[in-house]
Write a protein that binds this ligand. Structure first.
Ligand SMILES: [Zn+2]
Ligand SMILES: [Zn+2]
Length: 162
């Protein structure tokens, strides 16, 4: 698996090159969506992405964002995730190819963690079951620290959430 670049600008340049190589136009909208997602670096929903573009002083419609994301995913520089929230989240290829996600079921915050310790064991588990391992993903759903603290605060009637 190719090593992921760590820089949003590098990804943007790679995306522009990818479009050029395929004789696909680098439209302003495509570029705005690409800039926003590569600069953000997180796991954004379409709605959040639209807001980021708007915050930069531009307007791109939802359908256009979807279309641009489709192309970005096809380029391999953006990954689409379905964390079972009823919508997809998009992540630029800034993190190592293999990482797990912690998804807060209350506020939707997504954090990453290293799955290094599983990278050998999960294929082994598959092998033990006579299963040919192709890929896996590690997801933990629960409450993030902020939401957990708020819950404890509410239960004890004490500490308020920051
Ligand atoms: Zn939370
Ligand atoms: Zn991630």
């Amino acid at each position: 698996m190719a090593e992921a670049p760590r820089d949003g600008h590098e990804l943007l340049e790679r995306f522009r090159r990818w479009l050029r190589d395929r004789h696909m136009p680098i439209t302003r909208q495509r570029d705005l969506v690409a800039q926003a997602i590569f600069a953000a670096g997180g796991h954004l929903s379409v709605e959040e992405l639209e807001r980021r573009v708007r915050d930069r002083g531009h307007h791109v419609g939802t359908a256009t964002v979807y279309r641009a994301l489709e192309v970005l995913v096809k380029s391999g520089l953006v990954r689409a995730h379905d964390f079972g929230e009823g919508f997809k989240r998009y992540e630029p290829l800034l993190s190592p190819a293999q990482h797990g996600h912690l998804i807060c079921t209350r506020c939707g915050r997504v954090r990453e963690f290293s799955t290094e310790r599983f990278e050998r064991t999960l294929p082994m588990v598959a092998d033990e079951m006579g299963f040919l391992h192709q890929r896996h993903r590690v997801e933990i759903h629960g409450l993030c620290r902020t939401c957990r603290d708020a819950e404890i605060g509410a239960l004890t009637g004490g500490r308020r959430r920051a």
